[in-house]
Unconditional design. Structure first.
Lengths: 322, 305
């Protein structure tokens, strides 16, 4: 992979990020009435106090000055203060990123593994019972709203059977530490992770199936068979690695999207990650927080798109040379 | 018959050819079992939505009219689907909600397809700087995470059915634009287009006679596959409280069921119908779309053999 190729991709991603930063500024300026007036409604503030608060939130001066200051502060990773908690947005986001990264990471891993396996089984025995069953189940889960699937799992395993806690990340009364705390968090994570795994598995299965079906028409598989290789060997050594290519990039791209896609599922399970933070900021309304979250979500997608592009070029020599 | 005596005009030949192609496509569509199942489900749901005033009472949607009804009544106590925490009929919400969910899904798709096709065709056909700028824009819309953007836009524009349609429409066109552009690019290089151009055909003629008729089937298949995504988006937005607060939709039913505590009460008659409805419609559109795609998309046509 040439340095020029990597450089071009990096520059492209950077330009897109700049776009998002500018867009973010203007989008949120359209909403505002006067947040200071809204926030301190009914309190007697002197003009000086009001101006001081405006300055703190960075809302004084002309639009142009605000814009310059906004870009400057964003470059320094200062995203302002949350209207509701008065904490810096960056530290709020940092605090709530870990639960989301853990949840999304584990669910993405599981959904890809199971999705790819189902896709392989379905495509290799095309038209068989396995194919129909696999395709039907994946199509069904693909068609459900993810949070509705979460509601069903919550009712079945949380409310009715009582096997798993129905929300949060830890048991607030336990006060446990170390390994016990970690186990408790795992138990809390089980249902939201299961929801996201099942919700996203369908897409991977369908893509893997269709990619493998395309690969199965290639001449090199006929050659491998003609050499007298066993069926499993043809599948595992020759067909699957080539068919995995589109799935690998899909995973990378999706990982960026799933970070923000978990908003509704996190809300259902009160999982204290970025998704629930978005829901709370929306109901505040807490504009600096929403603005910061939007920036983080966009940056995540841009970053993982870049990873997908580079990964694809690394894995597929045809892209590298062109 | 006069047509056997007179020489056929070019226009009539073209139309006869198109009619034949349509009949052939219809024939192969009827051969697709999933496609036919999809159509049947869609006909049922659309009928239900259209007949809403006759099969349910709209007055049952408003809590002021349902004071006399029992609250949290299960279907065995209140026909046909029970009531919610305010005594409103679930059946009425389900039937009237189907209207909004379908309306938003279809209208948002039309918006997305119109923008996507316009950008895709222009980009592919005109090329050059226009193409570069439009594709940059498309890529940029592709990487903006849909849900946060939709949330922010919905918050900015305010909650109403029209705004939900606009939000979903302007966030879901980029993939269509890319698909159409790729198809236009390959069409542009075909020999018959070259020949037509060499004979002095205007851009308008090329566009109208050669490019558009050939991308139209792809646009149709893509439309059917965009509707389910639009419907799921409406559901999520309404669930997060960004839908029209005055109109029942399936997403809003799930939002209200969750907020009212239907889960801890295990009021299945409240949260099951809307979810099943969404699932049925999304699945039906996907099945139809895939069946159409397999018939109309030249790249997939090969695989069937």
């Amino acid at each position: 992979m040439s340095a020029r190729f990597v450089g071009r991709k990096l520059a492209g991603a950077f330009v897109t990020l700049l776009f998002v930063v500018c867009f973010n500024f203007f989008l949120f300026r359209v909403v505002e009435g006067d947040p200071v007036a809204n926030l301190f409604r009914g309190r007697n503030l002197t003009v000086e106090q009001r101006d001081e608060l405006r300055r703190q939130f960075g809302l004084d001066g002309s639009q142009a000055i605000q814009f310059v200051r906004y870009v400057e502060q964003t470059a320094k990773l200062n995203l302002g203060r949350s209207y509701t908690s008065n904490e810096p947005v960056v530290s709020e986001i940092r605090r709530r990123a870990w639960p989301t990264i853990a949840l999304v990471g584990i669910s993405t891993l599981l959904s890809t593994v199971f999705g790819v396996l189902i896709g392989i089984a379905a495509a290799w025995k095309r038209g068989s019972f396995t194919d129909y069953a696999g395709t039907t189940v994946t199509m069904a889960t693909y068609s459900m709203p993810d949070f509705w699937l979460g509601m069903l799992l919550l009712i079945t395993f949380g409310v009715t059977l009582g096997w798993f806690p129905i929300g949060g990340i830890t048991d607030p009364n336990s006060g446990a530490t170390g390994i016990v705390k970690l186990l408790d968090q795992g138990r809390h994570m089980f249902l939201p992770a299961l929801t996201l795994t099942v919700a996203y598995l369908g897409e991977y299965a369908l893509v893997m199936r269709s990619s493998l079906l395309d690969t199965m028409r290639e001449d090199y598989l006929t050659l491998a068979r003609a050499k007298g290789l066993r069926d499993t060997l043809v599948r595992n050594r020759h067909a699957v690695p080539n068919a995995l290519l589109p799935v690998v990039t899909l995973i990378a791209i999706n990982f960026g999207f799933v970070l923000s896609g978990a908003i509704a599922v996190e809300t259902i399970f009160s999982w204290p990650g970025l998704g629930l933070a978005t829901y709370e900021a929306l109901n505040g309304p807490d504009l600096p927080m929403l603005q910061g979250l939007f920036l983080v979500f966009s940056a995540a997608v841009i970053f993982f798109n870049l990873v997908a592009d580079l990964l694809y070029a690394y894995l597929d020599p045809r892209v590298r040379t062109s | 018959m006069s047509s056997t005596v007179q020489p056929l005009s070019a226009r009539r030949i073209a139309w006869a050819r198109r009619r034949r192609a349509l009949a052939e496509a219809g024939q192969s569509y009827r051969g697709s079992v999933p496609g036919m199942i999809g159509i049947c489900v869609l006909v049922l749901v659309v009928l239900m939505a259209l007949l809403a005033p006759w099969i349910s009472d709209q007055a049952e949607l408003r809590a002021v009219n349902t004071v006399a009804n029992p609250v949290w009544a299960s279907p065995s106590h209140f026909l046909p689907l029970g009531t919610d925490n305010l005594g409103r009929s679930i059946w009425a919400q389900f039937v009237w909600g189907a209207r909004i969910s379908l309306l938003v899904g279809l209208a948002a798709t039309v918006l997305a397809i119109v923008i996507g096709s316009a950008v895709g065709v222009t980009s592919g056909f005109v090329g050059g700087w226009t193409d570069a700028v439009l594709m940059r824009l498309t890529e940029w819309f592709l990487v903006i995470p849909f849900l946060p953007l939709a949330i922010v836009l919905a918050a900015v524009l305010g909650p109403s059915v029209t705004n939900v349609i606009i939000v979903i429409g302007i966030t879901s066109w980029p993939s269509t634009a890319r698909l159409i552009r790729a198809q236009v690019l390959t069409l542009k290089e075909r020999l018959y287009v070259d020949r037509s151009r060499a004979l002095g055909a205007s851009r308008r003629h090329l566009m109208g006679k050669h490019i558009l008729p050939n991308v139209a089937p792809l646009i149709l298949a893509n439309t059917t596959l965009t509707v389910p995504i639009a419907i799921l988006s409406e559901t999520t937005l309404s669930f997060l409280g960004l839908g029209d607060p005055t109109r029942a939709s399936w997403g809003k039913m799930l939002n209200e069921a969750f907020d009212a505590g239907a889960l801890s009460r295990n009021a299945w008659w409240y949260y099951l119908p809307a979810g099943l409805g969404i699932m049925a419609v999304v699945l039906a559109f996907t099945l139809c779309g895939q069946a159409l795609e397999e018939i109309l998309d030249p790249r997939l046509r090969e695989r069937r053999t």
